[in-house]
Design a protein around this ligand. Structure first.
Ligand code: F6P
Length: 357
């Protein structure tokens, strides 16, 4: 008999349900008796003992379903050690719930912040197994996170749609893609959608170079330009500011997001009106693409295997197409960013894509 807690934490993404289904199916098919405690709305449910008892049937028919049947929320890692408004010690509360329910382990699906807390719980003596979710693909220790490919598809669709209207009107368009800290999604959707300019946080841009890239295209006879801009794209000038100075700038920021600032700067310098499209949370929504369904199912079943073997303290990930296990202490607190020297960046540049650098 295995008694398993499960929770999904942080921003949701596609294939969370597929991954949980993978864990449960692999355990049930191993003829292991399982009791599943689904904690609701992320770590909140674990802290306050808000859970639902689930059976194999609850995981049936959810392979293709977006969102998470358990609900999710963000509980920042830096607040985990701070008591809540009633003085409750959150970490102690999670430990008590774990021991009260006599859990063998807790399965946690999440991204970067989630993994920091998962590792903290491991350090506190709980048996933890994690699965890497996020459309940002920025978790260290795995080549891919689930949700990423589905989001690439959606962001690419947005760029594809903009392409036709940009061509009709001979306009400059910005499609703003999610990713505050890393540019994997923008880079991949930008390349897939044939964006002419890709701006990502890891490669600060020079607005004059961006304008030049637009004008150079025009000189070559192209009447429109498409920019894929990450939410967290940053200019070279801003990248030089200290954290404090940058925060100060944001206090008086008059734009809804960086894309609108870039649009304004392009207008000022070239007289060209720029239209901005923000697909936003659509990138995290809807059903998972086939790749993510297969990938999340594989991760889930390997997590089931770890649980059956009593191997805890790992995130299940993928390296060179093989499913692997990575110690949680190696994953927690590290970001997997796009290196400006990565071959994909060089290849994109060889295709004529400008990074504005
Ligand atoms: O971490 C996933 C992500 O979708 C990021 O790409 C994005 O910057 C952020 O979450 C948005 O967070 P929220 O849903 O809390 O607005």
């Amino acid at each position: 008999m295995k008694r398993i807690g499960m929770l999904t934490s942080g921003g949701d993404c596609q294939a969370l349900n597929a991954a949980m289904r993978g864990v449960v199916k692999s355990l049930c098919n191993a003829k292991e008796d399982v009791e599943i405690y689904g904690f609701l709305n992320g770590y909140k449910g674990f802290i306050y003992g808000d859970f639902r008892m689930l059976t194999g049937a609850d995981f049936s028919g959810i392979l293709t379903k977006g969102g998470t049947i358990l609900g999710s929320s963000r509980t920042p890692f830096k607040l985990m050690r701070e008591p809540d408004e009633n003085g409750l010690d959150k970490v102690e509360a999670m430990k008590q719930n774990y021991y009260k329910l006599k859990l063998d382990c807790i399965v946690i699906l999440g991204g970067n912040g989630t993994h920091k807390t998962a590792n903290l719980l491991r350090e506190e003596g709980l048996n933890v197994v994690t699965l890497p979710k996020t459309i940002d693909n920025d978790l260290w220790g795995t080549d891919m996170t689930f949700g990423f490919q589905s989001a690439v598809n959606i962001a690419t669709d947005a760029i594809d749609c903009i392409h036709t209207t940009a061509a009709s009107h001979g306009r400059v368009f910005i499609v703003e893609v999610m990713g505050h800290k890393v540019g994997w999604l923008t880079l991949n959707a930008g390349m897939a959608g044939g964006a002419d300019i890709i701006l990502i946080p890891e490669i600060p841009y020079d607005i004059d170079k961006v304008v030049k890239a637009i004008e150079d295209r025009e000189k070559r006879g192209s009447k429109f330009t498409i920019l894929a801009v990450a939410e967290g794209a940053i200019s070279k000038a801003d990248a030089k500011l200290s954290k404090k100075e940058y925060k100060e700038k944001l206090k008086n920021y008059k734009y809804p997001s960086v894309s609108y600032e870039i649009a304004d700067e392009i207008l000022k310098r070239s007289g060209k009106e720029v239209r901005v499209t923000v697909p936003g949370h659509t990138q995290r929504g809807g059903s998972p693409c086939p790749y993510d369904r297969v990938f999340a199912s594989r991760l889930g079943s390997e997590a089931g295997k770890l649980i059956l073997e009593g191997e805890y303290g790992f995130m299940v990930g993928i390296k060179n197409r093989e499913i692997i296990k990575v110690p949680l202490e190696d994953v927690a607190g590290k970001l997997k960013m796009v290196s400006p020297d990565a071959s994909i960046v060089k290849e994109a540049k060889m295709l004529g894509i400008s990074f504005g650098d």
